[in-house]
Every structure is written in structure tokens, then in C-alpha cells.
Design a protein around this ligand. Structure first.
Ligand code: 6PG
Length: 251
């Protein structure tokens, strides 16, 4: 993995601020280029600071929310107001504080039958991106996190979904979490125009070193499978998570 796309940030706040600046830049650039901004949001805890920052006057007034369309990279199969819901986390941190039209919020229906919700979300992607058969959606920005086991979105080590080549959205059962999830598939992630991993915390240092600088082992480390064909891949890394990287770039 080349190093020029690894940006080390000072603290979680530094990571969130850099991510917010990149989000605003890409939102405005996409708006100018295509008249809209389509972003797939990450769940988990790391991006919460980013979403909160985007809701502050410093950032929210720079985003063309009326032309921004928010999707999710994955979702837990729970009700939208459940503490585990990725949608619920974004609604509390961001959506309840900015004026974005409800029709621009494209949540995965975690509360439904997993396979049915996956098919429904896939159809919503086809409609929004006006996809012909076999065509992939091209998100302007995809935000991703990194789990300590090397998973990203809900693409977990050794999962069958890692082999998926045609479906856009999959329903997966995560044995170790005893939970069903919905996730964008690797073809969709790898078709994104800009993919930003946000990684923070010293507990992520070993897996980040393995993913970025270890040998290629895509099955045990699904995050290594994120290699956009025609897109920009950036790792925004909080300094304690970057502690085991060698020759790392500064922020
Ligand atoms: C989720 C995310 C998942 C997350 C990683 C990192 O639904 O939980 O999609 O892939 O990004 O598990 O989570 P943290 O940011 O909480 O460490």
C-alpha cells in the first residue's frame, strides 16, 4: 500500500476536522460537477465526531444539503431508533441539526426482513443512480471504518459476501455478533470516486499495520479488498492508531 494516501491526524478531533473539511470540499466539488453529492456514510463510533462537526455552523453552512444525498455503507438489522442503529447515530449527531430534505436521506431498513431490505436498498440505488443492468453506482464519497479484526462496513473476515461480484447490497449474518446486517458489497465500494477510511484509537494500530503494511490476505482482512478501480483511496488515521506504521506521512 502506498503511503501518500495515509494522513495522520492529531487526536480524534484532528481526524474529525480533517474529515469534515474533505467532506465539505467534495460536496461542493460534486455539486459543481454533477449538481448533486452522493455519499455513503459509515457507522460505528469513529465517524460520530465528524457528523457532529458537520452539524455546527462552521461546517453545515458550507454544505449544499438540498443537493446532498445520504446513503449508508451498512446497517445493523435493528429498529432505526435502536442504540445500535447506524442511521439512528447519524440522525442524532447530524440529521436532526441540518436542513436536509427527508427525500435525500436514503436509510437501509434494518427493521425489515434482511434479504427483503437488501433487495429494496439495491433497487433504491438502481433508481437513484439510474443504473442499467450490470452497472455499478458511483458514490462521490464513501466513508468507511476499520474493525479490530480487519472488517469494514459489514464485510467480515472469511464471509461469503467477500466473493460477491454482482449484487450491490447484501444481507449478512455475523456469527460472532449473533446479528444480521445489511452492507454494500465490494464491487460498489470499489467503484466509488473517493473512499475515506477513518481510523482512530491505539487498539486499531496492529490491524492498521497489517492492512496497510502487512502481506496481502484479503480473506482475513477484508479492508484490504477496498482497492478502488477508478477512485481515490485515503486513510485518515488518528496518531495512536498510526503508531505501528513505518515511514508514515504527516497530517
Ligand atoms: C459498523 C461499521 C463498522 C465500523 C467498524 C469500526 O456498522 O459498525 O460499519 O464497519 O466502521 O466496526 O467501528 P468503530 O468506529 O466503532 O471502531
Amino acid at each position: 500500500m502506498s503511503h501518500e494516501n495515509v494522513i495522520v491526524c492529531a487526536g480524534l478531533d484532528g481526524l474529525s476536522r480533517r474529515a469534515a473539511a474533505e467532506f465539505v470540499f467534495l460536496a461542493r466539488q460534486s455539486m459543481l460537477e454533477s449538481g448533486r453529492f452522493a455519499v455513503a456514510l459509515s457507522g460505528g463510533s469513529t465517524p460520530r465526531g465528524l457528523y457532529s462537526l458537520l452539524s455546527t455552523p462552521e461546517f453545515r453552512d458550507q454544505v449544499p444539503w438540498r443537493k446532498a444525498h445520504l446513503f449508508w455503507g451498512d446497517e445493523r438489522c435493528v429498529l432505526p431508533d435502536h442504540p445500535e442503529s447506524n442511521y439512528g447515530m447519524v440522525r442524532n449527531a447530524l440529521l436532526s441539526r441540518v436542513s436536509i430534505p427527508e427525500k435525500n436521506i436514503h436509510r437501509m431498513k434494518g427493521e425489515g426482513n434482511p434479504e427483503g431490505s437488501a433487495l429494496e436498498y439495491e433497487q433504491s440505488l438502481r433508481e437513484f443512480f439510474r443504473l442499467s443492468d450490470g452497472e455499478l453506482p458511483r458514490f462521490d464519497l464513501i466513508l468507511l471504518g476499520l474493525g479490530p479484526d480487519g472488517h469494514t462496513a459489514s464485510l467480515f473476515p472469511g464471509a461469503q459476501v467477500l466473493q460477491e461480484k454482482s449484487r450491490l447490497v447484501a444481507a449478512v449474518y455475523v456469527e460472532k455478533m449473533k446479528s444480521h446486517r445489511l452492507t454494500l458489497t465490494l464491487p460498489v465500494l470499489n467503484h466509488g470516486a473517493n473512499i475515506f477510511f477513518l481510523v482512530a484509537g491505539k487498539e486499531k494500530a496492529p490491524v492498521l499495520r497489517d492492512v496497510l503494511q502487512g502481506k496481502s490476505q484479503p480473506e482475513p482482512l477484508p479492508a484490504q479488498c477496498v482497492q478502488p478501480a477508478r477512485g481515490r483511496l485515503v486513510w485518515l488515521v488518528e496518531e495512536s492508531a498510526a503508531a505501528l506504521l513505518v515511514n508514515r506521512a504527516g497530517s
